[in-house]
Unconditional design. Structure first.
Length: 104
């Protein structure tokens, strides 16, 4: 939920402190989260402004090495199909009509 300006400020600060022009001064930065669920909070901001304030919409995002989790460790065995179905919706793989499963 952090505004992109905060990331840009930390990037610039670490580059100045380390005298290194690599992103974040060559330091390892670990971020976690689901960008489909967590956007920056912009008071009285429009949808366009909120999305534009996200780190994914900036050139700095291209410099990150991204790793993706492939197994949902929190879901029970009986909930795994439902979790996979939710991911399909988020990735627009489930089609235009969304029908809830009967167990919902």
């Amino acid at each position: 939920m952090t505004h992109v300006h905060a990331f840009l400020a930390v990037d610039r600060l670490l580059q100045d402190l380390t005298r290194c022009k690599e992103p974040f001064g060559g330091k390892v930065i670990l971020l976690g989260g689901d960008f489909r669920q967590v956007l920056p909070v912009i008071l009285r901001g429009s949808r366009t402004l909120t999305v534009a304030s996200s780190l994914k919409k900036q050139a700095l995002w291209l410099k990150f090495h991204k790793l993706y989790l492939t197994k949902n460790m929190c879901a029970l065995e009986s909930e795994r199909d439902f979790g996979a179905w939710l991911l399909d919706i988020g990735e627009k793989k489930s089609g235009s009509t969304i029908q809830l499963p009967l167990q919902c």
